[in-house]
Design a protein around this ligand. Structure first.
Ligand code: FES
Length: 244
């Protein structure tokens, strides 16, 4: 086990309406086996001992599956490691004495709640507008009654891996939610169960995207690079060819 020291510049903001600023901190002699979030837990223990307000950040599963975590590390959503959520980033992924600048997601549709926590309820409202299947299909059918090809099942599953963390939006210069919406539409749109309301879902989600102040696709593919689940930006062009 090796120990290193890290320096942090962290965005501190008490309220949505208050003025935020960066504050400097350091953690000495910490194990490289700690995750970055565990390092922040340690920093918070030190702050609480000193009577300071702890740093607020979102997290839940800490296993890269729930999509609760996410902030910028040195300007990169979820930090420097490809296909990795912030909760799966480890202290060993950084050099001894390096300085990490931690900032919340930056997007009009994600107002800051406190420190590194932003309000991502706009994504919930997008899902409520059409990211679900509500067709009345009666009782549960017998297994295998509705045939789905392996190709369609794999392809649908690939888009279903979207965890809704918001990294695609935070990385886009237009703060576009195109990759998120495309993944949700493609997940259901490739399955027979999702055909009945397919075009209605598409038009409703596209409308909601605009009303939530998300921008249009910048065509820069930053979303694809930032996605911890490596969802392809090709799904955006798939979405653009959908009838609605
Ligand atoms: S805390 Fe669940 S994905 Fe990071």
């Amino acid at each position: 086990m090796t120990n290193i020291s890290l320096n942090f510049r962290i965005w501190r903001q008490r309220l949505q309406s208050s003025k935020g600023q960066f504050k400097d901190y350091s953690l000495k002699d910490i194990s490289t086996d700690l995750s970055l979030l565990e390092a922040l837990d340690k920093l918070n223990e030190e702050l609480i001992k000193k009577g300071d307000r702890p740093i607020n950040f979102d997290h839940d599963c800490r296993e890269g599956i729930c999509g609760s975590c996410g902030f910028l590390v040195n300007g990169q959503p979820h930090g420097p490691k490809d296909a990795t959520t912030i909760c799966q980033l480890y202290v060993r992924n950084f050099r001894d004495q390096s300085t990490l600048t931690l900032e919340p997601w930056k997007a009009k549709a994600f107002p800051i709640i406190q420190d590194l926590v932003v309000d991502r309820s706009s994504l919930d409202r997008l899902i409520m507008s059409g990211g679900y299947c509500s067709d009345d299909v009666g009782n549960a059918p017998d297994a295998n009654l509705l045939k789905v090809s392996q190709k369609d099942a794999f392809s649908s599953f690939q888009t279903a891996t979207c965890i809704g963390c918001g990294a695609c939006i935070a990385s886009c210069r237009n703060a576009s939610a195109s990759l998120f919406v495309a993944a949700k539409l493609a997940h259901l749109g490739q399955l027979p169960q999702g055909q009945l309301l397919r075009s209605k879902r598409t038009s409703q989600m596209k409308r909601q995207m605009v009303s939530e102040n998300f921008g249009s696709c910048s065509n820069n593919l930053d979303c694809e690079a930032a996605c911890p689940k490596e969802i392809s930006a090709n799904w955006i062009s798939w979405m653009n060819h959908e009838d609605c």
